[in-house]
Design a protein around this ligand. Structure first.
Ligand code: PMP
Length: 350
């Protein structure tokens, strides 16, 4: 007998590389290339470290209120966490306690199966079609819950919201989580459906469209009962998930609608331009509604291109996994960064 027999053994999620060196073009973790809203930058300069003596507000009121105001929902419809990873982990723990499998696609955010394993939740990964689209009928059978990233990651493909609604409607006895980490870049959210379906949890984040990945702020919307259950689990686990700067700076970030809309549209414009360039260079991809493109070259292997870019100080993301090993997930950076990427690809594929 050894203590090791009682260890909860897990295969952890592998996050994208965060290189320590500068002068690298980092297109591997879908960060936003633009700074957070000006009020965030200003408030951080004036932040008083004395305030760190105290615990932060466990109910996260300023942030919850700012999010509720922006999206025109009640405070009781909002849950916040340490990035959407924390929100999703809490949601898996709270809602998926059935013997039936939770369903999600085979190609999707690779944290879902890690949480399922961690929390001992049965799950089934359902193959996407060859064009990486979701066949919604696959989610109509008996199950313990459904998780759909929409737009999906790493494919970038968007499922029309009436199709998502159909999945929610067909699964009234389980919770359906719609992970909208990238929805701001495609403009379609199922948030308005939280009043119609009490089994819907919509999860979003400050990490992409609000340029605050380093602050770790995620949030979710659902009916009041759903959010209350999530809060009970949170308060049974850790009262102080959100630190004081995240609460304050997050609430300032979300108040600046104009800056948010401007930076999102800059990224969308760059993305559309990059799509054309990539197509011209012989790449194929599902149409992306996110801040990345998941592309495969007609001739060169994913690994060859990945290694060439890496050698030229450009990092993109690649998985050595079935069905997607020839693909590269390229985050959308500034126009200047993307010009360098395209120039390097032209040199290589030329
Ligand atoms: N969902 C999806 C689909 C993602 O790609 C990511 C980013 N890795 C997350 C959730 C988590 O993002 P964060 O914890 O930074 O909010």
């Amino acid at each position: 007998m050894s203590w090791e027999e009682n260890v909860r053994k897990v295969v952890p999620y592998t996050p994208g590389e965060q290189p320590k060196v500068k002068n690298i073009i980092k297109l591997n973790t879908n960060e936003n290339p633009y700074p957070p809203a000006p009020a965030v930058v200003e408030a951080l300069k004036n932040m008083d470290a004395e305030s760190f003596k105290k615990y932060p507000d466990p109910t996260c009121d300023v942030l919850v209120e700012a999010i509720a105001d922006f999206y025109e929902v009640d405070k009781e419809n909002v849950f916040v966490g340490v990035g959407s990873d924390d929100v999703l982990a809490m949601a898996f723990m709270t809602f998926f306690n059935s013997d039936k499998p939770v369903l999600f696609p085979d190609i999707t955010y690779s944290f879902y199966d890690v949480w399922a394993e961690l929390f001992r939740i049965p799950y089934k990964q359902i193959p996407l079609l060859d064009d990486f689209s979701v066949r919604i009928e696959d989610y109509f059978g008996e199950n313990g819950g459904v998780v759909l990233a929409n737009p999906n990651a790493p494919t970038g493909a968007q499922l029309p919201i009436d199709a998502v609604e159909e999945v929610i409607k067909r699964n009234p006895d389980v919770v359906v989580i719609v992970d909208e980490a990238y929805a701001d870049f495609g403009g379609q959210s199922v948030l308005p459906l939280i009043d119609k379906y009490d089994n819907l949890l919509v999860v979003q984040t400050f990490s992409k469209s609000r340029s605050m990945a380093g602050m770790r702020i995620g949030y979710a919307f659902g009916c009041k009962k759903l959010i209350k259950y999530l809060l009970d689990v949170k308060f049974a686990y850790n009262s102080y998930t959100m630190n004081m700067p995240a609460l304050e700076l997050g609430s300032l970030a979300i108040k600046d609608r104009a800056y948010f809309e401007k930076t999102v549209s800059m990224i969308v414009n760059t993305r559309e331009r990059v799509k054309k360039e990539l197509r011209g260079l012989g790449f194929e991809f599902a149409d992306s509604k996110t801040n990345f493109v998941f592309a495969k070259h007609k001739e060169k292997s994913g690994k060859e291109i990945f290694d060439y870019l890496r050698a030229n100080n450009i990092i993109v993301r690649r998985w050595d996994a079935p069905r997607i090993k020839e693909h590269l997930r390229i985050s959308i950076g500034t126009d200047e960064e993307m010009d360098i990427l395209i120039a390097k690809l032209k040199e290589f594929l030329g």
